[in-house]
Write a protein that binds this ligand. Structure first.
Ligand code: BGC
Length: 366
């Protein structure tokens, strides 16, 4: 059991890891010490900024959002061309879409041989930006043009198959991707930054598509037509609310994830067939599960996930991408990833962020 002081220490370190590694440009690297994670992702960064926004570093969050806004407006012509091409019924080549990760200076990474076309991060960014502006009473106007570009991009691309949260299975349309886009578009409308009529056409289409093809046994499915779950679906409930977090679909989704992916002592796997570093448990996902528990009155379960994350901090209070080597779904695959890229990424800024969000949600930092 971790004491309030233990949590306050880990929280202070977490914030230091986040702000200390933020580039002058405002970008957050995914992990400063892991060879291929020196880039900044909209997906990771949006949740990292949400943590900073909540726990006393709003200027850090604003700097990240401004960096994102520059990355988008620098590519305005590319976005307009993509939207027009899709409008004419064309299907652009994968490399033409917006990147999923950027250099810290906001440039495309060039061809690093890594899967790039993923739309979820742009939805997540709209959600994080709107949440940050609302929380701190900041003026949304400077972001209006950027948000318009992102809304147009998502409205044009939402139903095109792309890589998922884990940068896999590009031939599918993923439940968590659709939920991230739905959450982001809805948040942009709430912030007064997007035209409700245009956006609602897309959010309604997403809802209809998910209801028709994205459900199995009453729960959300990993991708359209699948009967499996993926723990990234938790974000559709909390924080995105693309399905009612208190409703029947949400409780069945949580129950299926608990049945397949949650370990009794805490910790959450990504999906049953995961082999990356042997398919361990992710602090990031323990954070999402705990956040949802906290929001739905399951405080003790939320606290279990918080303690579980804390129990996987290193002696130097750094949080990894995966809890190292315990409860693996595919132990035979662990060594090949270590041989390829070394031990799993530590510190992962997104893990620190989800820890902070959950600690804040539970009020343990007060
Ligand atoms: C994960 C992504 C994440 C990226 C950077 C990948 O291994 O699958 O979700 O955005 O690492 O942290």
């Amino acid at each position: 059991m971790f004491t309030p002081d233990d949590h306050r220490r880990l929280a202070a370190k977490s914030l230091e890891v986040i702000t200390g590694n933020q580039a002058e440009s405002g970008a957050y690297p995914a992990c400063p010490t892991y060879e291929v994670y020196g880039y900044s992702w909209f997906r990771d960064g949006s949740f990292i900024a949400e943590a900073a926004s909540r726990v006393g570093a709003p200027a850090s969050a604003t700097a990240f959002h401004d960096w994102c806004a520059r990355a988008v407006t620098d590519r305005a012509a590319r976005i307009e061309a993509l939207v027009a091409a899709i409008g004419r019924g064309e299907r652009p080549a994968e490399a033409e879409y917006l990147p999923t990760r950027y250099t810290l200076a906001g440039e495309d990474t060039g061809d690093v041989g890594w899967w790039d076309f993923q739309t979820d991060g742009y939805g997540t960014w709209l959600w994080a930006l709107a949440t940050h502006l609302d929380r701190h009473g900041l003026d949304p106007e400077p972001y209006r043009e950027t948000v318009r570009l992102v809304v147009d991009y998502l409205t044009a691309t939402w139903d095109i198959p792309c890589y998922d949260w884990w940068e896999e299975s590009k031939e599918q349309r993923h439940g968590a991707t659709l939920g991230s886009i739905h959450g982001g578009l809805s948040a942009a409308v709430r912030a007064g930054l997007a035209d409700p009529t245009a956006v609602f056409r897309t959010t309604a289409a997403i809802e209809e598509t998910v209801a028709d093809q994205g459900m199995s046994a009453g729960h959300l499915a990993k991708w359209l037509g699948s009967d499996a779950v993926d723990a990234s679906l938790l974000a559709c409930l909390t924080p995105f609310g693309s399905v009612d977090p208190q409703g029947e679909v949400a409780s069945r989704t949580v129950a299926a994830i608990e049945r397949d992916l949650v370990e009794p002592e805490g910790g959450v796997h990504r999906y049953l067939k995961d082999v990356f570093y042997g398919g361990g448990q992710w602090p990031v996902l323990a954070g999402f599960l705990g956040w949802h528990y906290a929001r739905t009155g399951r405080e003790a379960d939320a606290r279990r996930e918080l303690d579980w994350i804390a129990s996987h901090a290193t002696d130097g209070l750094l949080l990894p991408e995966q809890a190292p080597g315990v409860r693996l779904l595919a132990p035979d695959h662990l060594q090949r990833w270590i041989d390829r890229w070394g031990p799993n990424a530590t510190p992962l800024l997104w893990s620190h962020a989800m820890y902070l969000i959950l600690a804040d949600e539970l009020g343990v930092l007060a």
